[in-house]
Ligand binder design. Structure first.
Ligand SMILES: [Zn+2]
Ligand SMILES: [Zn+2]
Ligand SMILES: [Zn+2]
Length: 324
C-alpha cells in the first residue's frame, strides 16, 4: 500500500503524467476510450498526443493502472493475426463439412396450422409466403407462421447445417486461422480513480502549467521537490526552481487553494515551518484565488512572497513579475 503511494508520488513528478491527469481533472476527458483504426488497431489518441507517438502508450497506461491512479473497464477483446500481428481481422462462418465460407444463411419457417417446416426460400412466391405443403398463404408473422431457427446451406458442397464453424481471415496478410491459433487481448477504457484524486489536489492542476512556464524561462524545476533541512528531515514542496547557470538560488513554492473564498493562514504556517528548516533563498506561496488578510500579514512577517490568481494564466503572469 505504502509502496504504491510512493510509486504514485514518483509518477506525479512526470510531466506527461501531469498533463494526462490534468485532462481528467479539468473535465476534458471523463473516460479515456480507444478508437479503432483498421490500419493500426486500437489507439488512444489523447495519450499518443501527449507522449508524441504510439510506442509507449501501453506502458504508460499500465503503469498508471498498476499504481491505481486510473481504473479500467473491459471495452473489447482484440484478435491478433498469429501470422503478422495485425488487428484487421474478419470472421468467417464456415461449412462444418467442407470448411468453405461460401455459405448461405437462411431462416427456417414453420406453418403453424399444418406443422410444415422448411427454409424461407421454399415458402417464397414473389412477395408472398405460401406453404409448399398445404398451399395456404402465410400472412401474420408469429400468428400463422413463425421463425423456427437458422438454417445454412453450403454453396460449395451443397450440405445444410444449423451451426457454422467460425474461422478468421487476416485482411492484411490473407492468412486464415481458427480460434485455436488466435491471440486475444483485452482492450480497456480508463477513468481516474476517485480514491487517489485527493493526492492530485486542486492546487496540483496549477503545478503542471507553472512548471512548464518555469522550464521555458530557463529554470531547473522539480515538482514536487524533496529538500533536506538542517534538522535532517526531508520536506516536500510543490515546486522548487533555480535559474540555470547562476550560483544556485533556490526558490520553493507551495500551491494552496481556498476551500471558501480565500486561502487561510494554515498553508502559510506549513510553508514557514518547512523553509525555517530548509532555508531556501526565497519562498513563494501561490494562493488560488487569493490569500486572506490575516494570512497575508503573516506571510509578510515570515518573508514569504505571495502570488494570487484565479487561473494558470493569471498565476504565470504574476510569477513573471516576481521572478524577473
Ligand atoms: Zn496477418
Ligand atoms: Zn460445404
Ligand atoms: Zn401448410
Amino acid at each position: 500500500m505504502q509502496t504504491e503511494k510512493l510509486e504514485r508520488m514518483k509518477l506525479y513528478k512526470d510531466l506527461h503524467v501531469q498533463v494526462f491527469l490534468n485532462k481528467f481533472i479539468s473535465g476534458e476527458i471523463s473516460e479515456l476510450q480507444p478508437t479503432f483504426d483498421p490500419k493500426f488497431g486500437y489507439r488512444y489518441a489523447e495519450v499518443e498526443a501527449i507522449l508524441g507517438g504510439s510506442s509507449k502508450v501501453e506502458d504508460f497506461l499500465n503503469k498508471l493502472y498498476e499504481t491505481k491512479v486510473i481504473k479500467r473497464k473491459l471495452y473489447d477483446k482484440i484478435l491478433y493475426c498469429p501470422n503478422c500481428g495485425s488487428q484487421n481481422i474478419s470472421t468467417h462462418y464456415c461449412c462444418p463439412y467442407c470448411k468453405s465460407f461460401n455459405i448461405k444463411k437462411g431462416s427456417l419457417i414453420e406453418h403453424v396450422k399444418c406443422g410444415y417446416m422448411d427454409v424461407e426460400e421454399d415458402f417464397r412466391k414473389g412477395k408472398k409466403l405460401v406453404c409448399p405443403k398445404c398451399r395456404e398463404e402465410l400472412k401474420k408473422p408469429d400468428v400463422d407462421h413463425r421463425k423456427a431457427g437458422i438454417w445454412c446451406t453450403c454453396k460449395d458442397c451443397g450440405k445444410s447445417f444449423d451451426i457454422p464453424v467460425i474461422k478468421h481471415f487476416c485482411r492484411d496478410c490473407q492468412a486464415g486461422f481458427t480460434f485455436e491459433d488466435v491471440e486475444i487481448r483485452d482492450v480497456y477504457t480508463y477513468t481516474l480513480n476517485e480514491e487517489v484524486k485527493g493526492e492530485i489536489t486542486a492546487g496540483w492542476i496549477f503545478v503542471a502549467p507553472i512548471k512548464e512556464f518555469l522550464i521555458e524561462s530557463g529554470f531547473v524545476v522539480e515538482a514536487p521537490a524533496f529538500l533536506k533541512g538542517k534538522s535532517g528531515a526531508n520536506h516536500m514542496f510543490d515546486i522548487s526552481a533555480y535559474k540555470k547557470g547562476n550560483a544556485r538560488k533556490v526558490t520553493v513554492m507551495d500551491v494552496a487553494t481556498a476551500t471558501e473564498d480565500a486561502v487561510s493562514e494554515q498553508p502559510v504556517i506549513a510553508l514557514f515551518a518547512k523553509i525555517y528548516d530548509v532555508a531556501p533563498d526565497s519562498a513563494i506561496l501561490i494562493a488560488i484565488p487569493k490569500l486572506g488578510d490575516n494570512a497575508k500579514k503573516m506571510a509578510d512577517l515570515y518573508n514569504i512572497k505571495v502570488i494570487e490568481g484565479k487561473n494558470a494564466k493569471g498565476i504565470t503572469n504574476a510569477l513573471k513579475e516576481k521572478l524577473f
